[in-house]
Design a protein around this ligand. Structure first.
Ligand code: CP
Ligand code: NVA
Length: 312
């Protein structure tokens, strides 16, 4: 029988634990193949991905484009100026038109409802490349990075301390992903920047929410993200004031009491705000391998959704 296939990749909570692990396993195989031989089998030869961006991107744009190329396919980048998703043209119309040109869509949007509508109307798989609500590709790559870092060992029972804006898209997807693998999450955020309780409940993860920085004690992972996400620029002053105590700096790393703690950040980082140079560039940081693994995790998604490669 095997693991049931995915139709889209919009939300980690839509996956079973078996499907989530299936993507991690496929990512591992494709990364190992690429490291061993310098290339991947061209399983997506003749396949095309349209990449719709309403917001800027470095990692998501380049890793999807190179992922398609490594697998023998092609990607077309559509900038915020070009599509006018929901403005120049309705979301259902964009979905139906693009479905006649390409074998897959990846979209980065403000309004999460636009992704849901794309998936509803497209006749090809749709991948969430970040919305105001969630960033599942990031969480998939992050858990792949931890699994690899811990030599393909257990993730269950490990503790990830997320420090900063616990209400944002990255925190939301990390909580959902933790629920799939049995990791514990400690969210350390000021009031008004805590995760949506409904997300926590639905994730099935063991999540502790506190404003107390001492809660980093014993963490296996310290994770942070920007204090001002794309689209929140008007709130910058208020956010900086509320989040300033929640900087990941050498003192906070020390406070974990764990000499093997790893520090993660989805990037882009605002060095000197949510994380300091010493930590970003220090011995606990795995932020660059983490960024690089976006490529490998997304290759698994592409191979499965566009190439019908089974989950492993
Ligand atoms: N982490 C991440 O998604 O980076 P980009 O915004 O550069 O794609
Ligand atoms: N929370 C950040 C993540 C960027 C990858 C944002 O939405 O801007």
């Amino acid at each position: 029988m095997g693991t049931p296939s995915l139709q889209h990749f919009i939300e980690i909570e839509d996956l079973t634990g078996e499907q989530f692990w299936g993507l991690l396993g496929l990512a591992r195989r494709l990364k190992e193949e690429w490291l061993r031989t310098g290339h991947n089998e061209p399983i997506l030869a003749g396949k095309n991905l349209a990449m719709v961006f309403q917001k800027p991107s470095l990692r998501t744009r380049v890793s999807f484009e190179m992922g398609m190329r490594h697998l023998g396919g092609h990607a077309a980048y559509l900038s915020p100026q070009e599509i006018g998703l929901g403005q120049r043209e309705s979301v259902p119309d964009v979905a139906r038109v693009l479905s006649g040109y390409v074998e897959g869509l990846m979209a980065r949007v403000f309004d999460h409802a636009h992704l849901v509508a794309l998936a509803r109307w497209a006749t090809v798989p749709v991948i969430n490349g970040l919305s105001d609500y969630s960033h599942p590709c990031q969480a998939l790559a992050d858990l792949f990075t931890l699994w690899e870092h811990w030599s393909w060992g257990e993730l269950a029972g490990r503790v990830l301390a997320y420090v900063g804006d616990g209400s944002n898209n990255v925190a939301t997807s990390l909580i959902m992903a933790a629920g799939k693998v049995g990791m514990r999450v400690v969210v350390i955020s000021p009031p008004n920047y805590t995760p949506d309780p409904a997300v926590v409940t639905r994730s099935g993860a063991e999540v502790t929410i506190t404003a107390d920085l001492n809660a980093v004690r014993g963490a296996d992972v310290l994770y942070t993200d920007v204090w001002v996400s794309m689209g929140q620029e008007a709130e910058r002053q208020r956010r900086l004031a509320a989040l300033a105590p929640y900087q990941v700096n050498p003192t906070l790393v020390e406070r974990t009491g764990n000499p093997d703690v790893v520090v993660m950040h989805c990037l882009p980082a605002h060095r000197g705000e949510e994380i300091t140079d010493e930590v970003m560039d220090g011995p606990h940081s795995i932020v660059f391998p983490q960024a690089h693994n976006r490529l490998h995790a997304q290759k698994a998604l592409l191979a499965h959704l566009l190439g019908n490669v089974p989950l492993e």
